[in-house]
Every structure is written in structure tokens, then in C-alpha cells.
Design a protein. Sequence first.
Length: 208
Amino acid sequence: MEAGHSTAWTLAIFVAETCVVTLSTIRTILVARHQRVVAPLLGLVEISLWLVAITQVMRNLTSPSYFVAFVAGFGVGNYLGVCVEDWMALGYAVVQIVTRKDPSIMVQAFREARFGITRLDGQGVMGPVHLLFSVVPRSKLATVSQLIEATDPEAFYIVDELRHIRRGFVPPGMLFPLWPSRRPWWNTGEPPAERSATESAKILQKTS
């Protein structure tokens, strides 16, 4: 019975510490994103689980299995925290595109997909180029990548993470990805839903 009880607590410590570190990673990211409601709630759950785990470890300092479970949970929690953050894709990114082709098709494709985009002319090593800048939610990066590849497979582009955004064009529902828009689209004059990148590219290619 004692062995079974020790095994149960070893597993409980591992699970608790895994959840603690996973939640800690997510909470830190939410604090950086100024999520004033979700971050404190996760903090309450995190500290509660940590107290349960550390109490059992401190009460059983002669039990190596508890230490191993605590350390293993810490390592696994870090891995899961990164995986969950990638899945949630919080925050925004700026996409910078350099193309030698006429950017009109790509610009129109971005706007058809309801992404704001700014166009500039520049000079590269091999001659004139066009610079395009767009701020998009990280959750939409796959869509943006497909859109770029569909309109100009030879375009050079980079993606940088953003921490703060002020003004500019940000469609409703994209400003705070964790929360729904306060008003439905039919009260804001916005289209019902964004088209996919592939669909937008096909429409533009037919009309160009």
C-alpha cells in the first residue's frame, strides 16, 4: 500500500510540475501581450499546483523518486509550454516583402484577404525593387505565406515579431485575437469573412 501511495504521489508531482511550467510559459507571454484578465487567472492555477508539488517534495526529502519527478516535470513543462505557445500563435508579426515584379497583384491579394499593406519603391543590387510591409496576427502567417507564394514565388520576405501596435489598419477581431469583436460584422460594414489566400490569388489572376 505504501509503495502504491508513493507511486501515485510521484506521478502527481510530475503532472503538477509539468502543468506549472507550461502555464508559467504561457502566462509570461500573456503578460507581455497585456492580457490583464487571463494572465492572473493562469497565475492562480499555476501557484496552486506548485504549492501541492513542492509541499510533497519538501515533506519527503529522502525520496529520490519525488526529486526525479519534479525535475522531469520541469523539463517536460518547458517543452510543452513552447509547443502550446506556437499552437496559440499569440501576438503580431510584420512581414517585409521584396519583389522585382509589379506588386499590384500582390497588394490587391492582401487587401482581398483583409490584410493591410504598404508599398514603397526601393533600389536593390540588381536594380529597382518594390518593398511591401504588412502587420498580421501570427496565427495568419501560414495564410500570408501561401498568398505570397501564389502571387510571386520568387519574392524575398522576412517575418519579425511585434510587441506594440499603434494606429494603422487592423480589421475588427484582429486587434485582440483572444477576445471576440464587440460588434458583428453587419454593424461595422466589414465583409462577412476573409477569403483564403488561394482563392484570392485565383480571382486576381483571372481579372489581371
